[in-house]
Design a protein around this ligand. Structure first.
Ligand code: ATP
Ligand code: ATP
Ligand code: MG
Ligand code: MG
Length: 855
């Protein structure tokens, strides 16, 4: 089995809506038929027994080594906890090549699992060993390392449940919710509105207390101290017992509580001073530790936190008792599980020492030994949900505390005997305010009910019913994509929206070009959707990107398919027929927003019209022919259509009708250029689907002209010594036919055309281009450019010449090397009243050359 190609499909794709790996493999004869390969199957199961679970019983196709790879890849990911279910293996048209598609939830884990799956298959084939335990360990470690932490993933889950799209910005916990100008970001439980200043305030425990005290919130009074002597002096002022702690510590490091005598207070000072430059001494508050989660101006959860502890049995050492607790399957390292293992680290040893014990002491039966004084889950503590018990005055105090520090999301630590009564009457106090609070203790407390804190955070970031999406329009088809995209973008701009646009000419955001080159793929789409200046996105969505990586979005509001025709790029990437091409381009139709999404389809192209069956939303058809049966049926059903009638574009639905005269749509040259009429109808359909005002649509159409500024290389007109010059970038038979049709309707004494072809097209397509042109032009200038894409010198010229055999009109043919020279040749013979069509190759450079010749 040889891997020919691996693709990471990061969005909805040909096979499913799941993120998937698509692996193309080539098998040898032996690997193709498992019926004669039963010993391989046995060896495979010996090495990975669970694989059997992932082989569906209801499959009827012959099982091959490619299938074994599929089951292994699915199985390995599942074994380490990645929740993946989708997989398929497809034979490529009766060859020994197969496509194996398997869902992944974490890209890196999927890729590593693929490596192991290949190793496993080869090991089983060659009867070599495979270390399953090691593979699973490495996959697990990687998964642990890169998966979202529990707090972040709770927030992400809440967003997904509301239909809000999300994307990770890093391997860490930075996540973006929503698109364009509606986006918001979080990093774990901090939001993009969590102010850095508020965080600094919360970091400084003394300052925090001062602010809370000023607002009447009870806090343990105390002060910063500068030496051991000063610490003792402060303790005398405050009154013992006291707490000595670093002013800006965390995880309980350097804290000593409940101190009364001079010696220990001085020792505690040195300990805290070893952690931080500034040390504070404050009043000791007795009671339980509680953590209150405040989001916005609401208390959303509360938990009592108990530090890790053991209960003596008079027989075992503390070390042994801890080991016993750690055997609990709910405890693991890190955040993977409900609870974290307890470690007898330095802090616990110091803490034990203050109680006159070591890890090897044997506490008497029934004695409660607290192992450290902080109750963080990450150091082995437990949490008990008490949200329903919180006294309203305590809730009001913690909300006020959050407000005083300025944090939008924060965890507030209080100490008191009972959460059921106000703080003041029991001598309780707020001891700390934490930015970026952990959510695990509220999501899955060790005891009591979990709380919907992820939902609370999402609800505080996005108004009720807001899904944080900006309108997204995807445009595909063989020809006219860029033109339609630009036209629609200009409609949205006239509607005062900041538009993000991707196309084969580059990426534009709010009128600014932010990238150049062919930007019709998913990466450009994602870039636009993450740009904060985008109120609406119009995305040219080309075939290549869809095959390579899937879509750059989960779904779009509107999908436009201009045409498939005979198709461009046939013969490439295993796509040989227009039907197969239609299957790829249909992807955007399949992925319009279920229910409210709209597909705008060309009813004159049967392959496009048929896509309607796969649309989970509604359809707007457009057609140049008012009698088109698809259009007639749609009209009979009082549904939405756009069609051409007597020099007007008619838009109709039930009793609504709009008429737009072609004289008001300059890119159509008064209707002369039929393909631009189609592109205009496609853009009108999309504008309608987005609910744009008709006045806006009309104005935009009226202002959009065919110049080299707004649509470079798309039927640009020039006057050269009173001859008409048209520059266009048509490069497949359909486009050439559309151009020929337009030009045939334009009066001219004589017509000349300049043409070349890209070498990666099929022979028949290259010949067909000149065959079409030969019937309406008098003179043809064929040229060859530098890049022949795998063709021998002169080969493409030969094919173009062949296409001209039997031409009905051509009288004269030139063969030229170089695009500029070809243009010059055509211009030199041009007389007033004649017409010359220049089919561009290097659009920008050639247009520059034409401009220089005209000037
Ligand atoms: P963490 O990272 O766990 O929040 P920290 O280093 O920020 O810890 P504090 O929260 O100030 O430190 O204190 C840690 C623990 O010490 C508290 O949870 C509490 O049990 C105890 N503690 C701190 N200050 C006092 C106090 N004034 N009175 C009683 N106990 C206190
Ligand atoms: P590409 O695949 O190169 O990005 P595209 O689909 O974006 O092309 P445009 O850039 O809008 O298409 O147009 C390219 C050329 O295709 C035009 O210059 C014209 O010759 C031809 N063309 C444009 N629209 C149509 C159409 N609706 N039908 C047929 N041909 C068209
Ligand atoms: Mg704390
Ligand atoms: Mg394009």
């Amino acid at each position: 089995m040889k891997v020919i190609q691996t693709r990471v499909l990061r969005g909805p794709n040909l096979w499913s809506k799941h993120t998937s790996l698509e692996v193309t493999v080539m098998l040898n004869e032996y690997e193709c038929d498992f019926d004669s390969l039963s010993s391989f199957a046995v060896r495979l199961c010996e090495r990975f027994p669970e694989i059997a679970l992932f082989q569906p019983a209801d499959r009827h196709e012959t099982v091959t080594m490619a299938h074994a790879l599929e089951y292994a890849l699915l199985g390995l990911q599942n074994q380490v906890g990645c929740p993946v279910t989708f997989s398929r293996t497809i034979q490529i048209s009766n060859t020994r090549s197969y496509r194996v598609i398997v869902e992944y939830s974490e890209e890196a884990v999927g890729c590593l699992a693929l490596d192991f799956s290949l190793d496993l298959c080869h090991a089983a084939m060659d009867n070599k060993s495979f270390d399953l335990a090691d593979a699973l360990r490495r996959l697990r470690e990687l998964y642990e390392d890169i998966r979202l932490g529990p707090s972040t993933s709770a927030i992400v889950r809440a967003a997904v449940a509301r239909g809000i799209p999300y994307g990770r910005l890093t391997d860490g916990s930075l996540v973006q919710f929503g698109w364009g100008s509606k986006q918001r970001r979080i990093q774990a439980s901090e939001s993009d509105l969590t102010s850095a200043v508020a965080e600094s305030i919360a970091q400084d425990k003394e300052l925090t207390k001062a602010l809370l005290h000023a607002a009447g919130i009870p806090v343990p009074l105390g002060r910063p101290v500068s030496s051991a002597e000063d610490a003792w002096a402060a303790a005398c002022e405050i009154g013992v017992p006291v707490v000595v702690k670093p002013q800006d510590g965390n995880h309980g490091r350097g804290i000593n509580i409940n101190l009364v005598d001079e010696e220990r207070i001085k020792a505690a000072y040195h300990l805290a001073a070893g952690i931080s430059d500034s040390v504070i001494v404050e009043r000791y508050i007795s009671g339980h530790d509680y953590r209150m989660l405040v989001v916005g101006n609401k208390l959303v959860a509360a938990a009592r936190r108990d530090p890790p502890q053991v209960i003596g049995d008079g027989i075992h050492t503390i070390r042994h008792l801890v080991e016993q607790i750690n055997r609990d399957p709910l405890r693991s390292e890190g955040h993977a599980n409900l609870l974290t293992k307890i470690h007898l680290d330095e802090i616990s040893q110091v803490h034990l020492a203050t109680q006159g014990m070591t890890a090897d002491s044997i506490p008497p039966k029934g004695m409660r030994v607290v192992l450290r004084n902080n109750a963080n889950l990450s150091t082995g503590g437990t949490a008990t949900d008490v949200t329903d018990d919180v006294h309203p005055e305590i809730a009001a105090s913690v909300v006020a505390a959050a407000y005083m520090t300025g944090l939008d999301i924060c965890g507030i630590d209080i100490i008191c005997d009972s959460i059921l009564r106000p703080l003041e009457e029991q001598g309780g106090a707020v001891i700390e305010v934490n930015a970026a609070p952990g959510l695990r203790m509220h999501l899955q407390p060790s005891y009591g009910k979990g709380r919907a804190v992820g939902e609370a955070i999402i609800d505080s970031m996005f108004a009720h019913g807001e899904d944080a999406r900006v309108p997204v329009v995807a445009v595909t088809g063989t020809n006219g994509k860029t033109t339609t995209v630009r036209l629609l973008a200009s409609m949205l701009e006239h509607n005062q929206l900041r538009v993000g646009m991707t196309c084969t000419d580059g990426v534009y955001v709010n009128g600014l070009c932010v990238d150049t080159g062919d930007c019709s793929g998913p990466r450009s789409a994602r870039n636009v959707l993450s740009h904060p200046d985008v109120d609406a996105a119009v995305l040219e969505t080309a075939r290549g990107g869809m095959l390579r990586e899937g879509l750059g979005f989960d779904h779009c509001q509107v999908a436009v398919v201009t045409n498939i025709g005979r198709g461009d790029h046939l013969g490439l990437a295993n796509i040989d027929t227009a039907e197969e091409l239609a299957l790829v381009k249909r992807l955007i139709v399949e992925n319009v927003t279920p229910g409210s999404g709209v597909a705008v389809l060309n009813a004159d192209d049967p392959l496009v019209a048929k896509m309607a069956d796969h649309c989970p939303g509604s359809i707007i058809y457009f057609s140049r022919n008012k009698h088109n049966p698809v259009v007639l049926t749609q009209r009979a059903q009082r549904k939405r259509v756009v069609y051409l009638e007597d020099h007007e574009i008619v838009v109709s639905e039930a009793n609504m009708e709009q008429r737009i005269s072609l004289s008001g749509v300059p890119i159509t040259k008064n209707g002369l250029i039929s393909f631009q009429v189609e592109n205009a109808m496609a853009a009108i359909g999309a504008g309608w689907a987005l609910g744009l005002d008709w006045a806006v649509i009309r104005t935009a159409l009226a202002r959009f002209v065919n110049d080299t500024q707004s649509v470079p290389g798309r039927f640009n007109f020039f006057n050269y010594r009173d001859a008409t010059l048209i520059a266009d970038y048509g490069h497949n038979p359909d486009a050439i036919a559309a151009l020929a049709c337009a030009i045939d309707r334009m009066p001219a004494k004589r017509r000349t055309v300049v043409i070349s072809a890209a070498g990666d097209r099929r022979d028949e397509d290259i010949r067909l281009q000149t065959r079409i042109l030969g019937d309406i032009f008098d003179e043809v200038v064929l040229y060859q450019d530098k890049c022949q894409r795998g063709r021998a010198d002169g080969e493409v010229l030969g094919l173009l010449r062949e296409g001209l055999e039997n031409a009905r009109r051509v009288r004269k043919v030139h063969e030229i090397y170089g695009e500029f020279k070809a243009i010059d040749t055509a211009l030199s013979g041009l007389q007033p009243g004649e017409l010359c069509l220049i089919l561009l190759d290097q659009v920008e450079q050639a247009l520059g050359h034409i401009h220089s010749r005209i000037a």
